[in-house]
Design a protein around this ligand. Structure first.
Ligand code: ATP
Ligand code: MG
Length: 258
């Protein structure tokens, strides 16, 4: 925090992205503020997931995808999209949780340990402590501490999603990406995850995509409204929701088009 303004942890600069011939992100520029929650909203197909996936180089898993522009990660100003950067390393530093909980077919403990093992960490006491710490941070520890060796697939959907959050937290990412993290969950599990997001921002910067405008208003500090590949408007959530500057933003948040 400098003079009441949050520090930036990342900066998206003139980002263009295409799947083959099809350009899906058009010159996106936006800041990401440290230890804040940024929500991305907008109609289906506008490019929210695509933008989120640029942050951890998920698109590199497919050929025919093209990036232009940069995403700088501070304090060093490293370009996440730089060709010299190893995508696996980026994915440790920028964790992602998907819409549908996707625990690996392993035990609860091994799901959380996964990223640490990939990093080559062998010290069992360290891994054990990290499993406990991450499950506590994800608000799941008390429910699973007596069955860490059981299959993750035995957990409920909401528990599985919190396990995926614990798995992402274990490598101490700088940014946590959440793509519609509650859309497959019941209202109680949703409330649980929303509380968790608000708590987690004390330790990690969060970017989330949501179709639930009430959720964006409840948990985010900043909101970006996207429309057909453009970032139409970005600002503090309360301002964007109460006083949108662009007609398209206003139409969307008042439900005039979907
Ligand atoms: N693998 C892909 N290959 C080609 N086009 C794709 C691919 N994935 C997404 N697209 C297209 O890119 C555009 C943006 O998709 P994206 O998934 O980012 O939208 P979204 O805003 O997340 O939508 P939703 O709210 O429905 O999840 C869409 O037109 C989509 O059809
Ligand atoms: Mg999406």
């Amino acid at each position: 925090m400098i003079n009441g303004v949050s520090a930036k942890i990342a900066d998206v600069q003139n980002l263009n992205f295409s799947y083959g011939e099809k350009q899906v992100l058009k010159s996106i520029s936006m800041p990401v503020y440290e230890k804040k929650v940024t929500a991305l909203i907008g109609p289906s197909g506008c490019g929210k997931t695509t933008l989120l996936r640029c942050f951890n180089r998920m698109h590199d898993l497919y050929k025919t995808t093209y990036y232009e522009g940069q995403i700088l990660l501070y304090p060093k100003g490293l370009n996440i999209l730089g060709r010299d950067l190893e995508p696996m390393e980026v994915r440790m530093r920028i964790g992602m949780v998907f819409q549908k909980p996707n625990p690996f077919p392993k035990s609860i403990a091994e799901n959380v340990a996964y990223g640490l093992r990939i990093r080559g960490i062998k010290k069992n006491s360290f891994i054990k402590d990290k499993i406990e710490e991450s499950l506590k941070q994800a608000g799941l520890w008390d429910e699973v501490k007596d069955r860490l060796g059981s299959s993750a697939q035995m957990l409920s959907g909401g528990q599985q999603q919190r396990l995926c959050i614990a798995r992402a937290l274990a490598t101490e990412p700088e940014i946590l990406l959440l793509d519609e993290p509650t859309s497959a969950l019941d209202p109680i599990s949703t409330a649980h995850i929303e509380e968790l997001i608000v708590e987690l921002k004390n330790r990690v910067t969060i970017m989330m995509v949501t179709h639930n405008l009430h959720q964006a208003a409840r948990v985010s500090d900043y909101t970006g409204f996207m429309f057909m590949g453009d970032l139409v408007e970005f600002g503090p959530t309360n301002e964007l929701f109460t006083n949108p500057l662009d007609q398209r933003t206003e139409n969307y948040i008042t439900g005039r088009f979907g």
